[in-house]
Design a protein around this ligand. Structure first.
Ligand code: C2E
Ligand code: MG
Ligand code: MG
Ligand code: MG
Length: 282
């Protein structure tokens, strides 16, 4: 969407631009309504510890239950929400819902933490006091919440953002670097950033399938992360061979369709119970 908006100032009139513009404008208006009427829902993707298959947490992934277009994935609306300045409002809704859900799971005896994806705008706009208030209101320990931040966000405003993250982390909230390897973070930053977990981008895991050098690279990233005291999560694990290779290379956790895709909130505890019954087969 960046490329598009940069371009539109320069080139000559094109009817398809108008259509696009109209669609975007309508979608932004619909997003405002969606925020007011709470048309969003969260799906939760499990994260497992590779050494024993234990589910240690879930990641909240937002979907828009659009009145006419059905359930929309983030790619269909997050860039526009960001552009229209609606991300802080959306993130507040996501955080509220995720914390409420964790409180419910805990009441049912499920000990899982929840990871929430955070854009840069909302870290600076609303984050620390909002999180403290929510955790307090729902009686959820701060260690049950993890925030996932992409490298570019960490890099774009390194001091402002990392000061806020450091403050949050000192209260026990966990921090993960999302999509690691796709951005431009330097290794020096990796050493200094207030983070607990590094999420290795899916593209690295995919590359392992047919490239032995990719396997070596992944192994080196894992060793590097460990030497800095970080845990490593592999994203997008889709087959058993990749999982076994990751375990052999000492990767700590995995997420991916091999284990489970994002599940509707109500499907999480049945999925967990079924998995327990089948434990050992993992
Ligand atoms: P992400 O945080 O890296 O989340 C992982 C994405 O990969 C999810 O897509 C998930 O459904 C997908 N995925 C998981 N396992 C596999 C796999 O094995 N294979 C493949 N091909 N895909 C897999 P989704 O739900 O469409 O989310 C896309 C992105 O949107 C997320 O990437 C995250 O950056 C962003 N996002 C989602 N929810 C939120 C939110 O509440 N706030 C913010 N700021 N961003 C969000
Ligand atoms: Mg994520
Ligand atoms: Mg990711
Ligand atoms: Mg990713």
């Amino acid at each position: 969407f960046c490329a598009k908006s940069e371009r539109s100032g320069h080139h000559v009139y094109d009817a398809s631009d108008d259509d696009d513009g109209a669609l975007r404008l309508r979608t932004v208006q619909e997003l405002r309504v969606a925020l007011a009427e709470d048309q969003f829902e969260l799906h939760y993707q499990p994260k497992v510890r590779l050494s024993d298959g234990e589910v240690t947490g879930v990641e909240a992934l937002v979907r828009w239950n659009h009145p006419t277009r059905g359930l929309l994935l983030p790619v269909a609306f997050l860039p526009l929400a960001e552009e229209a300045g609606l991300m802080p409002a959306l993130s507040t809704i996501v955080l509220q819902r995720a914390v409420r859900r964790v409180a419910r799971w805990r009441a049912e005896g499920l000990d899982v933490s929840v990871a929430v994806n955070m854009s840069g705008s909302c870290i600076l706009a609303c984050l620390p006091h909002e999180i403290a208030r929510l955790l307090e209101a729902h009686g959820v320990p701060s260690s049950c919440i993890m925030l996932e931040i992409t490298e570019d966000v960490l890099m774009s405003s390194p001091t402002g953002t990392s000061a806020i993250l450091a403050e949050l982390r000192s209260t026990g909230v966990q921090i993960a670097i999302d999509d690691f390897g796709t951005g431009y973070s330097s290794l020096a930053y990796l050493r200094d950033l207030p983070v607990d977990e590094l999420k290795l981008d899916r593209s690295f895991v995919t590359a392992m399938k047919d490239d032995q050098r990719a396997v070596g690279l992944v192994g080196s990233i894992i060793d590097l992360a460990h030497s800095l005291g970080l845990r490593v999560v592999a994203e997008g694990v889709e087959d058993e061979r990749s999982r076994d290779e990751l375990l052999a290379r000492d990767c700590d956790f995995a997420q991916g369709f091999l284990i489970a895709g994002p599940l509707p909130a109500g499907a999480v505890s049945p999925w967990l119970s079924e998995r327990r019954v089948g434990a050992g087969r993992a």
